[in-house]
Design a protein around this ligand. Structure first.
Ligand code: PLP
Ligand code: COI
Length: 354
């Protein structure tokens, strides 16, 4: 499709790259020189442009501001030792992008246009991709409504944009997490499976309260009874119990993560049995208590493999075995890193070479 996807490129006169402190890269605060912008007007995607990164001007009446008609994606690009650049599984994000679009009454984008737009921007920014272990270029595609109209109806015009940020680790330590039993991230029939902006806005208050109580993150549970585990912060969650990899099955309250899918696929390669099913809070706490739970971790693009040190439920602390000695999570992290950076063979074509 790139043949037919015409992207106009206007480059910056002077790159900001020499001013960037790659030893100090707070997640999502350092932006590369350029961004991609496209418009949905008259029922068609048009005006694909890569332009210098900067502020944009929109009407104060757009429904993305008033009613949250907005969603995003998150994926990463890596630089290999031979200088090759790859994006990890962008085809999966393209599919999820359109699932979010449909749920939010927004236009879909052809999957190849999504992927080629990312590739075009990453290509322009290839010098910004950090090479240090655990570092990468975070890619943030997003779409938002742009009609000047205060009625609660879907907008007829939209913007698709992509930003990129060189990033290091999202979490710098093993996590002390709390099982959330008051607030919910998503409910049945809702839109938890979409990467809609509102899901994240609504999660900030419970997350802030948890931070104030001394926790690093929340484990989200089902909205009805807070009995089943769903996700951890902005990541999926998995456990190794009795040498089986166990993770909540996806449903309309859970984001179907690309990292989750990669972990489950590689777990089977490692010879582990994998169970995707409802996971009761009580089952996990009991397994921690009786010593059969060896690993608990969040899995996400930003989070990567984020190991859990303790889980607190209703004030009682459950301590996991020392995460640095965990066989599964550490092997998974290093295998994923090796795969993404081209150090081991990519047998499934997960690396999209730019
Ligand atoms: N769940 C939520 C709520 C997220 O925000 C994310 C991050 O994107 C994930 C799960 C993990 O998804 P992925 O592995 O595709 O990044
Ligand atoms: C991602 O992993 O891409 C996410 O969406 C997490 C983010 C909200 C920081």
């Amino acid at each position: 499709m790139l043949e037919t996807l015409d992207i106009k490129i206007t480059k910056v006169k002077e790159s900001r790259l020499p001013q960037v402190d790659f030893d100090n890269l707070p997640f999502g605060r350092v932006f590369t020189d350029h961004m991609l912008v496209a418009d949905y007007v008259d029922g068609q995607w048009q005006n694909f442009e890569i332009v210098p990164y900067g502020d944009i001007s929109v009407s104060p009446a757009i429904s993305s501001l008033h009613y949250g008609q907005s969603f995003f994606e998150g994926l990463k690009a890596y630089k290999h030792a031979d200088g090759k650049v790859s994006v990890f599984r962008p085809d999966k994000n393209a599919v999820r992008f359109n699932k979010s679009a449909e749920r939010m009454c927004m236009p879909t984008l052809p999957e190849d246009v999504f992927v080629k737009s990312i590739a075009a921007l990453v290509d322009v920014e290839r010098d910004w991709i950090p090479t240090r272990e655990g570092y990468s270029l975070y890619i943030r595609p997003y779409m938002f409504a742009t009609d000047r109209f205060l009625g609660v109806t879907p907008s007829e015009t939209y913007k698709f944009m992509i930003l990129t940020c060189p990033v290091g680790a999202y979490f710098s330590k093993n996590l002390n997490v709390k099982v959330e039993t008051e607030f919910s991230r998503a409910c049945e029939g809702g839109y938890g499976y979409a990467k809609a902006a509102g899901n994240y806005g609504g999660s900030m208050y419970p997350a802030k309260k948890a931070l104030e109580q001394g926790y690093d993150q929340l484990i989200w549970t089902d909205a009805k009874n807070h009995e089943f585990i769903e996700e951890m912060g902005a990541a999926n969650i998995a456990f190794v119990i009795n040498n089986k990899v166990i993770t909540p099955s996806t449903r309309d309250t859970i984001l179907n993560g690309v990292t989750r899918d990669s972990v489950l696929t590689l777990a089977k390669d490692f010879g582990y049995e994998v169970e995707e099913r409802r996971v009761a809070v009580a089952e996990v706490l009991e397994a921690i208590q009786n010593g059969t739970c060896s690993d608990a971790f969040g899995a996400g693009t930003a989070a990567t493999i984020a190991q859990i040190a303790t889980i607190t439920h209703e004030g009682k602390v459950y301590e996991l075995p020392n995460p640095s000695e965990s066989v599964f999570a550490n092997k998974m992290r290093s295998t994923l890193d090796d795969l993404k950076c081209g150090r081991i063979e990519d047998t499934r074509g997960w690396n999209y070479i730019v």
